[in-house]
Design a protein around this ligand. Sequence first.
Ligand SMILES: Nc1ncnc2c1ncn2[C@@H]1O[C@H](COP(=O)(O)OP(=O)(O)O)[C@@H](O)[C@H]1O
Ligand SMILES: [Mg+2]
Length: 269
Amino acid sequence: MGGSGLVVHDLSVGYGPVRALRRVSLEVPEGAVVTVLGGNGAGKSTLLRAISRTLSFHGGAVTEGGVRLGDRRLDALPPDRVVAAGVSQVPEGRRVFARMTVADNLRAGALGGTRSGRAAALERVHELFPVLAERAGQRAGLLSGGEQQMLAVARALMAGPKVLLLDEPSLGLAPLMARRIADTVREINAQGTSVLLVEQNAALALRLATRAYVLEVGEVALSGPADELAASDEVRRRYLGVVDEGAVADAEQAGGARRTLTRWQGEDA
Ligand SMILES: Nc1ncnc2c1ncn2[C@@H]1O[C@H](COP(=O)(O)OP(=O)(O)O)[C@@H](O)[C@H]1O
Ligand SMILES: [Mg+2]
């Protein structure tokens, strides 16, 4: 595998005695949008923390496996060096510095660089999110939830990442705002940034991504092209809230779920 794809291989993570991820492998090819789906507690945030090297802030540690960006190993770097290497994370819960202005929040994301580089990054995020230019002098805590999410994404973009890690960006947002965030993710990707999108909102994520992984209790239970997962009865029933009793009964009788799973894994290999 060449280029600057992000590769997670056989990653296991524990929080003390609690095993949160078990031998998770996945790949975000250069230029792709890849999604990781899974319910609450599946290990989605843990995966992103392991990639961004912020696990230790949460009392967690990698026990096995690793992460590469292209040929470069990320798993020996401190978090700021991971950002410098081209991987920026938008953490869960749109954490912005509430008492700082919008402009200062963005400045905090720039992480060094040249003055002209920072100016270009700021121009780019203002084009993506004009509202942040309008509110530049306002305290971030006064923004709406959706605007705070935009600011959190914009702050991560200030470092000019090759890969953007997004942790449930649509969580708690009204459907219209969630769609706007989705449009923005598409645009960020169109400008050349790869995206690893972690979501409980499977419908939205599967529309954005080309490839999807489903995490269940810390393990990859399914993976495949996003359109195939979106069309699968198993995924529709369990992650999209679609109930089709006939299809469910048929699948169970034929052992369909397991067969589909094997087929996807076969394509992966
Ligand atoms: N800081 C932590 N300390 C101990 N256990 C944690 C911590 N964060 C998460 N966990 C546990 O790790 C598992 C995965 O959590 P998490 O990655 O937050 O899942 P998700 O983001 O998919 O909801 C869960 O069992 C959760 O309770
Ligand atoms: Mg989470």
